[in-house]
Every structure is written in structure tokens, then in C-alpha cells.
Ligand binder design. Structure first.
Ligand SMILES: C[S@@+](CC[C@H](N)C(=O)[O-])C[C@H]1O[C@@H](n2cnc3c(N)ncnc32)[C@H](O)[C@@H]1O
Length: 203
């Protein structure tokens, strides 16, 4: 899925994004933010920050940077983040090719982004590069079942979801192999366990 298509889709979808994917996906967002808040990471990067639904929930003493490809999604994030002491910057940037220096953030967070970016391996390479050694790498995403009826359903709808810049057939084993890190925790984070919070240390 190329960047122009992603920009077009999220440009059109920004207006209704919170109504469609707001409360439905909030549990995973809150679990990730709670994990950051409980950590000793002083600075946080949220890639694919979208409309910025998580921004108000980070601890006020944190230093949060968000990036996104879509100017329309970012405009909503900027409105939501205005005046929040924890929000340092909201920037238009590709998560697969970031302009931040190495080892720059204490924690990096990717919520509902891993299955949207064209190249998940490059995303993880960049997340690991900009995160300090030993820092938190958090991923929230829908994860396909490994087998059974749900797995068959995921495979069936995969071509349709690909057409809207979203892969529905990502397995946990594939995500972990691509990340090249061992998870320190995997938790159910909504929709009957279909959404997972996967916690890594950048070792
Ligand atoms: C499904 S939305 C998730 C938004 C937000 N994280 C949330 O929890 O609602 C995916 C977001 O990733 C952004 N995105 C997709 N590819 C990207 C990339 N390569 N770099 C940065 N952002 C990207 C999209 O513009 C969109 O805002």
C-alpha cells in the first residue's frame, strides 16, 4: 500500500475516524499508555498518532512526540493536544523513515499502525533505532488467530481489508519474527482478545 493511497484514505476518513474507531479501540490505547505511564521513560514517540486519542492520557510530566503521514489526521491530533503539557510536537513524518537521531526516545508506541504501513520490517527497524537500548517498544494491533474458524474468516476478508490499507491476517508469530525482539508480555486488549498489546524491550 503506497503512501499516497494511505494519505488519501486517511484524508477522507479523518472526519469520521473517531466515531468509527474511537471507543471501539480505546481499551488497547489506554493499556499502552498506562504501560508507558508506569515506566521510567521520560520521552515517548507515538507513530501513526492519528487523531491523537491517546494524547490526553499520557502523564503530564512526559515528553510526547507524535508523527503521522496524514495532514488531516494530524490536524485533529493538534487540536486535541493543544495546551497539554506532555505534548512536545506533532509532526508529519513517515514512520518507516524517521528524521530523529538514534536512541532518542525512552519509549516508542505503535497503535493500530503495524498492519497499515507498507513495510512492517522497516517500521520495526526504525522503532528500534530511535528507541534507547532497553527502552519500551509497544505495539497494539489486531492479531489474527493462528487456527480455527476465526483464522479462516481472517484469511477470507484479507483481500478486502488490504484494499483499505489494512491487513487483517497478521499472526503474532509473524509480528514477533519481524520485530526481531522477544516480547516481554502479550495481553488481550479488546474485542474478545482480537486486539493485543505486545510489549517488547529494545534489547
Ligand atoms: C488505524 S490509524 C491508527 C491511529 C491511532 N494510532 C489510533 O490509535 O487511533 C493508522 C494511522 O497510521 C498512519 N500511518 C499510516 N502509515 C504511516 C506511516 N508510514 N508513517 C506514519 N503514519 C502512518 C495513518 O495516517 C493513520 O493515522
Amino acid at each position: 500500500m503506497d503512501h499516497d493511497l494511505i494519505r488519501r484514505l486517511y484524508g477522507k476518513g479523518a472526519r469520521v475516524y473517531d466515531a468509527v474507531f474511537g471507543p471501539l479501540l480505546d481499551r488497547g490505547r489506554r493499556m499502552a499508555v498506562d504501560a508507558v505511564n508506569a515506566s521510567d521513560a521520560g520521552s515517548v514517540l507515538e507513530v501513526g498518532v492519528g487523531t491523537g486519542r491517546s494524547l490526553p492520557h499520557y502523564r503530564a510530566d512526559l515528553d510526547v512526540t507524535g508523527i503521522d503521514l496524514s495532514p488531516e489526521m494530524l490536524a485533529r491530533a493538534r487540536a486535541r493536544g493543544a495546551g497539554l503539557p506532555q505534548v512536545r510536537a506533532l509532526l508529519e513524518m513517515d514512520a518507516q523513515n524517521m528524521s530523529f537521531p538514534d536512541a532518542h526516545f525512552g519509549a516508542v508506541v505503535a497503535m493500530y499502525v503495524a498492519t497499515v504501513v507498507p513495510d512492517m520490517a522497516r517500521l520495526f527497524d526504525e522503532l528500534k533505532r530511535v528507541c534507547v537500548p532497553g527502552g519500551l517498544v509497544l505495539v497494539v494491533n489486531h492479531i489474527a488467530a493462528e487456527a480455527g474458524v476465526v483464522a479462516a474468516f481472517d484469511r477470507l476478508v484479507a483481500p478486502a481489508t488490504r484494499a483499505v490499507a489494512l491487513r487483517s491476517d497478521l499472526r503474532l508469530s509473524a509480528l514477533v519474527a519481524t520485530a526481531g525482539l522477544e516480547p516481554v508480555g502479550v495481553d488481550d486488549a479488546g474485542i474478545g482478545g482480537y486486539i493485543k498489546l505486545i510489549r517488547f524491550r529494545n534489547d
